[in-house]
Write a protein that binds this ligand. Structure first.
Ligand SMILES: [Mg+2]
Length: 407
């Protein structure tokens, strides 16, 4: 390997993640044109299998369009818990390569590999080992890996030889490699911005790179400067260790030890209401939810999960939390119940209404509860369910791995 790599950054991205998980779990779906999503008129395609992509079907396409393109297509409803489970396994595999892993979605992460040559070899060898680790830990899923010395080029590279691909772009070749790519490959150039750039007569990344900087600034403002920086394969952003270290939580130490899930659920209900209220007050949403239980003998048990969409809904926090309960060993005496929301963000990401049907109604209800609580103090509104909640724990408990137990 040449010595002129200022940094080594890998971007690993799972291939057609949701669809591949379903095809892995259900052999009948393998080699089939299939999409993940809800089979309703308002539904959208969450992920299309590679067989479906041959029909021009892709993520975010309305389901009606997908059915028009391929009437026989199989529509499989999403199982987010399963995807989260595989995602956790994948992220854990990445963590074996570097202490610095930045997950940017359930199925994608940057891995800082600078200084890891002694352990893992050349960038090409690093990519092979990352892919092999993903394949092994998931039981057969493939990732594509891009490696370069900036986050931007690594991300473009991971997409370059998809699926199941590797693309290593040495830093001294990055500019020439980017030059012929369409401007849509520029980070931050979305469906609105791409036509604006093209109207300036700039069609490739090379066109943007060669444009006069002052003219670009005048035409596109600061984003013009940003695009030209990327076109020069410059990207000062470092791989962040975590999306956010901040969290909003509520730990409840109990007067008496409890053992029943129904009792734990009651405490989680109150914590979820409190945390949801604070999220909404602060205009934040969370992507991570963590449940902590402390046993009578002071063992701390932790389960955490990443949501497919950030949320500020108390009900969703609660639902996610009680699903995590199924991942703890049953019938232990518990002295503390904790719930925390983390990976907080302020951006309003588009909601996929089909995934959480009745969501807007729920939001209206929660806004009402917030108003009453602000006026009369929390506890002024008690949910009917709190008055005598039965101990129903939601369906399929995935597995009882205890990897993240903190002794
Ligand atoms: Mg992916």
């Amino acid at each position: 390997m040449k010595s002129d790599w200022p940094r080594i950054i890998a971007h690993a991205d799972m291939d057609a993640f949701y669809a591949s998980v379903e095809q892995l779990d259900n052999p009948d779906l393998r080699d089939q044109a299939m999409v993940i999503g809800s089979n309703s008129k308002r539904g959208v395609v969450l992920t299309a299998s590679y067989q479906a992509r041959k029909f021009g079907i892709k993520s975010a396409m309305p389901m009606a369009d997908a059915l028009r393109r391929c009437p026989d297509i199989l529509v499989v409803p999403p199982r987010f818990e399963r995807y989260q489970e595989q995602s956790a396994a994948i992220m854990a595999a990445f963590a074996d390569f570097s202490p610095r892993v930045e997950a940017i979605s359930l199925d994608e992460a940057f891995i800082e590999m600078s200084g890891a040559e002694g352990l893992f070899g050349t960038p090409q060898e690093m990519a092979q080992q990352i892919k092999a680790a993903v394949f092994a830990t998931t039981g057969g899923l493939t990732a594509s890996v891009g490696i370069s010395s900036t986050k931007y080029v690594a991300k473009v590279a991971s997409d370059f030889n998809k699926p199941n691909g590797i693309c290593v772009v040495p830093p001294e070749e990055a500019v020439a490699w980017l030059d012929p790519m369409p401007v849509a490959r520029l980070w931050g150039a979305g469906p609105k911005t791409v036509p604006r750039i093209q109207r300036l007569g700039l069609y490739t990344i090379g066109d943007v790179r060669r444009a006069d900087p002052a003219w670009l600034l005048q035409k596109l403002g600061r984003s013009g400067v940003h695009f030209q920086t990327l076109a020069n394969a410059q990207d000062p952003r470092r791989v962040a260790q975590r999306r956010s270290a901040r969290s909003i939580g509520s730990d409840r130490t109990l007067m008496e030890n409890i053992t029943s899930h129904a009792d734990i659920e009651k405490h989680l209900r109150r914590s979820a209401d409190r945390i949801g209220h604070r999220l909404r007050q602060k205009g934040l949403r969370c992507r991570g939810v963590r449940v902590r239980l402390k046993t009578a003998d002071f063992k701390l048990l932790t389960r955490q999960v990443q949501l497919p969409q950030p949320t500020d809904s108390s009900d969703q926090l609660y639902e996610v939390a009680i699903k995590q309960l199924t991942r703890f060993q049953p019938a232990q005496a518990i002295r503390l119940v904790g719930l925390a929301a983390y990976e907080l963000s302020r951006e309003a990401e588009p909601q996929q209404l089909d995934l959480f049907s009745g969501r807007s109604k729920m939001q209206a209800l929660e806004a009402m509860v917030d108003r009453v609580s602000d006026k009369y103090g929390s506890g002024a509104v008690v949910r009917g369910g709190d008055l005598g909640r039965s101990g129903t724990i939601s369906e399929n408990s995935p597995n009882l791995d205890f990897i993240d137990d903190i002794p």
